[in-house]
Design a protein around this ligand. Structure first.
Ligand code: AMP
Length: 408
């Protein structure tokens, strides 16, 4: 199997795949320090070189990040009859264009916040005035998670609209703006595995986006996650699958992992966003609980066979350890100690993101450096385990949140 990507999500996927009886060999392109023995030096956007490697080595390919999906890697591989698990470029637009996703939901009756799409700031502002002061403003394209403004006043909404459309704060990604109703409720997410016709719920997880404790500081790619969450009981999950996932998967002929960000409102679940891939760090919390053979489940799903996943009843928590300066200007090149010791601790697994292996030593090589996972019979036990692992690992300037899995 060939795993494309270089984050903690891809390390967790490769780690899980290695437990499969079906898989002879795993490759990761380009990978990180944690996957060093499986790495091949091909960048995620070098679709041609990836396809040549996959052909030569008879690989079944899994795509981690959104960039190669947006570049059409699945279309390219499929034309060459190379097996790959992921959505086409068109289906991936559910993530890459917020206006496309919103129009898609509207035309297929999928519950989401009411909205308008605008290129003209004056018209966008006029529409925002119709939303009773409850407004969210979003740049249309990929903006590294920074293009969304959940506004607490009309003047904030006006400012956000002007910064996106007039001041071009997000360049081309802000050519259009989505202005939508701000929803109240509990936020959660559901990951699903899809084959164009059917979908399977693939675990729930909650991540912690802000950089500092008590949800303070700037947004990040994610500072930690725990799984499962109590927000999604089986009745709510069933409703989401029936009213949201299945109509989406069938209308978009979506293959791969569909990650659905939701607000559970008093009127039922509403879609906040789609991602056309697994979440990171959520995957690092979910996969350690999966007992089934992961590649076998993906292959069965692709051939439209019946798939049932078996999950451990344990809880799982992953704490992300970051380098100094993350998320603004992360420092790299610091020597990391204690990884092997933490990995030997019962119930702890260390997933690498921004690391580099030199000889037998590991060095920081990015903002989010490691995800330390703990497994336990209860959430507090899982949290305790993860932090025991974190306490064994050190480098200059390391920082992490102290409240992952301890706050809702
Ligand atoms: P998105 O990338 O669209 O999921 O937005 C990022 C975050 O902004 C979400 O995780 C929510 O916390 C928040 N958000 C987005 N849209 C809304 C909305 N309509 N109402 C309330 N919060 C929202």
């Amino acid at each position: 199997m060939l795993v494309i990507g270089s984050g903690g999500r891809e390390h967790a996927i490769a780690w899980k795949i290695r437990q499969s009886k079906l898989v002879e060999k795993v490759f990761v392109a380009p990978g990180n320090g944690g996957t060093a023995e499986f790495n091949i030096p091909i960048k995620v956007d070098d679709v041609k070189a990836l396809s040549e490697f996959a052909k030569e080595n008879h690989c079944f390919t899994i795509v981690g990040p959104e960039a190669p999906l947006a570049a059409g890697i699945v279309d390219y591989f499929s034309k060459l009859s190379l097996p790959i698990f992921g959505p086409t470029k068109n289906a991936a637009m559910l993530e890459t264009s917020k206006s496309f996703a919103k129009e898609f939901m509207k035309s297929h009756d999928i519950p989401t916040a009411k909205f308008g799409v605008f290129e003209d700031s004056q018209k966008a502002i006029e529409y925002s005035h119709t939303l009773d002061g409850k407004v969210a403003v979003k740049a249309d394209g990929l903006a590294a998670g920074k293009g969304v403004f959940v506004c607490s006043s009309i003047s904030e909404a006006e400012e956000a609209i002007k910064s996106i459309l007039d001041k071009k704060a997000f360049g081309e990604a802000g050519k259009k703006v989505v202005v939508e109703e701000r929803l109240d409720g509990t936020e959660c997410s559901l990951m699903t595995i899809c084959n164009g016709k059917n979908a399977l719920a693939f675990g729930s997880a909650k991540d912690h986006k802000r950089a500092f404790d008590n949800d303070e500081g700037p947004n990040t790619g994610g500072m930690g996650a725990f799984s499962p969450t109590d927000d999604l009981d089986s009745k709510t999950t069933e409703e989401i699958m029936r009213r949201i996932t299945l109509p989406t998967v069938r209308a978009a002929n979506f293959h791969g992992f569909l990650f659905i960000g939701l607000m559970l409102t008093k009127n039922g679940p509403r879609v906040l966003e789609f991602n056309a891939r697994l979440g990171d760090p959520e995957t690092q919390a979910i996969l350690p609980r999966l007992k089934s053979d992961f590649p076998a489940a993906l292959l069965a799903m692709e051939s439209n066979s019946n798939v049932e996943l078996e999950w451990s009843s344990d809880y799982s928590c992953t704490v992300v350890m970051c380098s100094q300066g993350y998320p603004q200007t992360p420092e790299t090149g610091d020597k990391i100690s204690g990884i092997q010791r933490a990995n030997r601790f019962d119930g702890v697994t260390v997933f690498h993101s921004g690391t580099q292996k030199r000889g037998e030593e590991y060095f920081t090589n990015g903002g989010r450096v490691l995800g330390v996972n703990g497994i336990g019979k209860s959430l507090p036990e899982a949290v305790e385990k993860a932090y025991s692992g974190v306490a064994m690992i050190r480098w200059n300037g390391e920082h992490h949140r102290k409240d992952i899995g301890r706050v809702a």
